[in-house]
Design a protein around this ligand. Structure first.
Ligand SMILES: C[S@@+](CC[C@H](N)C(=O)[O-])C[C@H]1O[C@@H](n2cnc3c(N)ncnc32)[C@H](O)[C@@H]1O
Length: 246
């Protein structure tokens, strides 16, 4: 092999490895690789993502609470909670008086979430559980709302994970999730809005709404078919607003 050809082969191999490990976050290498990479990445995750509290409150927490309203003490599951983005948004929001369970498979991501929850003294609002998206350790209909943000495409079987989310959601409960729309780098892992709708319908989800959200993701709302009664009926909190970090 000529030196030029050898260099070219090395460059292609490096690009491929970069794509497998960095660009697609190990998704084509299986669940263990994905979790291993998130364990490695956990301490840098928030710095890289640079979440904006104001826009996350406006675009995630507030509309979720609006949809659950008038119930103010819902039980919510945040699947693949990572560093605790959604549980912390809800706990900081003065309208929320319920409890969020954040589930993730990565010990290190959960450790980052746990230290933030402890620092802000939100233990009464948030519990963390280590588990697998494909086999949720909760009974049918246990939650008033379920969420799974920026994560479905990393699971071994996103459709099965959506079916699990629908299973643990009570009839009439709210689903908040995201559908990846950037198709350049994850072939076979991304579905169209119409296919996503079909998958959700097959899980018994109705009132499906897509919202343009971020460069890489649409936000998706749905409601599980069946009753509209809250798990625990309660009145709306009169003084809404952001709760001080405690
Ligand atoms: C991009 S992060 C999203 C975190 C969070 N939802 C957010 O919006 O910041 C993806 C998360 O999915 C978790 N994850 C990947 N595969 C999983 C699985 N099979 N079961 C549970 N969690 C998983 C990873 O550990 C990681 O924390």
């Amino acid at each position: 092999m000529s030196p030029l050809l050898f260099l070219l082969a090395c460059a292609v191999a490096c690009l491929f490895i970069w794509w497998l490990l960095i660009e697609t976050e190990g998704v084509y290498l299986g669940k263990r690789a994905v979790i291993w990479l998130y364990d490695l990445y956990a301490r840098r995750y928030d710095r890289v993502k640079q979440f904006d509290e104001y826009s996350d409150q406006l675009l995630l927490a507030e509309p979720l609470l609006d949809r659950i309203s008038p119930q103010v003490d819902p039980l919510i599951l945040d699947l693949a909670t990572g560093s605790g983005r959604l549980p912390l948004l809800l706990a900081r929001n003065g309208r929320f008086h319920g409890h969020v369970i954040g589930l993730d498979h990565s010990r290190k991501m959960l450790a980052v979430a746990g230290s933030k929850i402890e620092q802000e003294r939100f233990q009464a609002f948030i519990s963390l559980v280590r588990g697998d998206a494909m086999d949720l350790p909760f009974p049918d209909g246990a939650f008033d709302a379920v969420a799974c943000l920026e994560s479905l495409e990393f699971f071994p079987d996103p459709e099965a994970a959506l079916a699990e989310l629908a299973r643990v959601l009570r009839p009439g409960g709210v689903l908040l999730t995201s559908n990846r729309i950037d198709m350049r780098w994850m072939p076979g892992r991304i579905v169209s809005r119409s296919r996503f709708t079909q998958i959700l319908n097959a899980c018994g989800m109705l009132s499906i709404e897509f919202e343009t959200w971020q460069e890489d993701y649409d936000k998706v709302w749905a409601r599980k078919a069946g009753g509209t009664e809250s798990r625990r009926a309660s009145a709306r909190e009169p003084n809404a607003g952001l709760r001080n970090h405690r």
